[in-house]
Design a protein around this ligand. Structure first.
Ligand code: FEO
Length: 399
């Protein structure tokens, strides 16, 4: 028996928590787990909005069948085909063979490709409406938030936006399902980490989607991950506005790659200078220890980024190489940049970071510093200069 969660009298949350999976998309750490949210609407017709990951579908199906209580499922709405939401589709179709599968022109080739499902398809487009009786589902195409087929479904009677990945978060729902039932401080970092890691590359498309939805009266935002928003809707919309425009706070993220500690010492000199210059948000990360997921999240928060690397076999130190490749893939914008490192016998760390600066087009606040081995007096002066120039640009930005 399940303890059901109502969004309204006849709309239910039937999501599941995943506390076992270590890595989301097999690459992003899940220390706090993740929730896959799915919603069931009972009316003259019944509709399921999105499903869950394959690894959690037994509980999900139990909940759906218990609520349906012998009724059939009329519609399955697929807002997003990524398998963390589509994984249970085949099971749902097996259970309810007459269900109409609702998607758009880009959904169905994926449905066939992933699950070999080609029948009972109902194609919708921008502004299409499905009338369930009392509830009416309106569809909005929101491509690339997060895949090309992604769309959102707006239930016009209760004014609930089923937003797919948008407004979602890492972290399980530990009892509290709605934003006013939980301590939002817990989700603060996980919301931005989810945005920056998963959706951040598509900021322009997020902006387009937000513009499109701006005219809707929204009483609840029901994402496929994380809490359901009903009491803090302006807060989460404001977060998405800021993050998708790459708006940041005053602060500096320093990331170093260091085999024997010499480059780390250089990072400490810059950090101390920043502190002396009045910067209060300074985070230092060791790229060998901290997964890029957390570093990218910090970069999404703070304006200043200072990267330092030792050389490695004539190139850049491997964990720093991986980080800058990830950043070049996601392409966060509007940062100030500083570069430092040590060359040892062959150099290559600073040289590679300089190429990265050209690619990413962040403003370089001071000339890069490259120590020959360990930093000497003259190197220290230049490191202090990076700290001072970064602080100066941040202060100017604040005015
Ligand atoms: Fe939660 Fe893009 O899937």
């Amino acid at each position: 028996m399940h303890h059901f969660v109502h969004l309204s009298e006849n709309i239910y949350w039937i999501g599941v928590n995943d506390r076992r999976t270590q890595l989301f998309e097999n690459q992003w750490p899940l220390p706090n787990g993740i929730a896959y949210n799915s919603y069931l609407i009972l009316d003259e017709k019944t509709a399921l909005v999105d499903t869950v990951s394959m690894c959690s579908m037994d509980t999900f199906l139990e909940k759906a069948k218990e609520i349906l209580n012998g009724r059939s499922l009329d519609y399955l709405i697929i807002n997003h085909m990524e398998p963390d939401h589509s994984g249970a589709i085949r099971t749902v179709v097996n259970e309810f063979p007459d269900v109409q599968i609702v998607g758009n022109a880009k959904t169905f080739p994926m449905l066939q490709g992933f699950y070999n499902i080609t029948e009972n398809l109902m194609e919708v487009e921008e502004n299409s409406l499905i009338d369930l009786g009392k509830h009416k589902l309106r569809f909005y195409m929101t491509p690339m938030v997060h895949w090309p087929e992604t769309m959102m479904t707006y239930e016009e009677t209760e004014k609930i936006l089923f937003s797919a990945d948008a407004f979602g978060s890492f972290g399980t729902l530990d009892g509290g399902i709605f934003d006013d039932e939980i301590n939002l401080d817990f989700y603060e970092e996980e919301l931005r980490r989810y945005y920056s890691n998963i959706v951040g590359k598509y900021g322009l498309q997020v902006q387009k989607a937000m513009d499109k939805l701006a005219g809707l009266e929204i009483k609840m935002i029901a994402s496929t991950h994380g809490p359901i928003w009903r009491s803090h809707i302006p807060k989460i919309i404001n977060d998405y506005q800021r993050w998708s425009r790459n708006e940041t706070e005053e602060g500096v993220v320093i990331v170093f790659g260091s085999m024997y500690g010499n480059t780390e010492k250089m990072a400490e000199i810059i950090a101390r200078t920043l502190s002396e210059e009045g910067i209060r948000n300074i985070r230092i990360f060791d790229s060998s220890k901290t997964h890029s997921s957390y570093i990218i999240n910090a970069i999404w928060k703070y304006k200043g980024v200072i990267l330092g690397s030792s050389a490695y076999n004539g190139g850049i130190f491997t964990p720093m190489r991986d980080l800058i490749r990830e950043l070049e893939h996601i392409m966060p914008k509007n940062h100030f940049l500083g570069i430092f490192g040590s060359m040892s016998w062959g150099g290559g760390g600073v040289r590679t970071l300089e190429k990265f600066a050209e690619t990413i087009k962040w403003e370089l606040v001071a000339p890069p510093v490259e120590a020959k081995h360990a930093a000497q007096e003259k190197d220290t002066e230049h490191l202090v200069r990076i700290g001072k120039e970064m602080a100066r640009r941040l202060r100017e930005e604040k005015k």
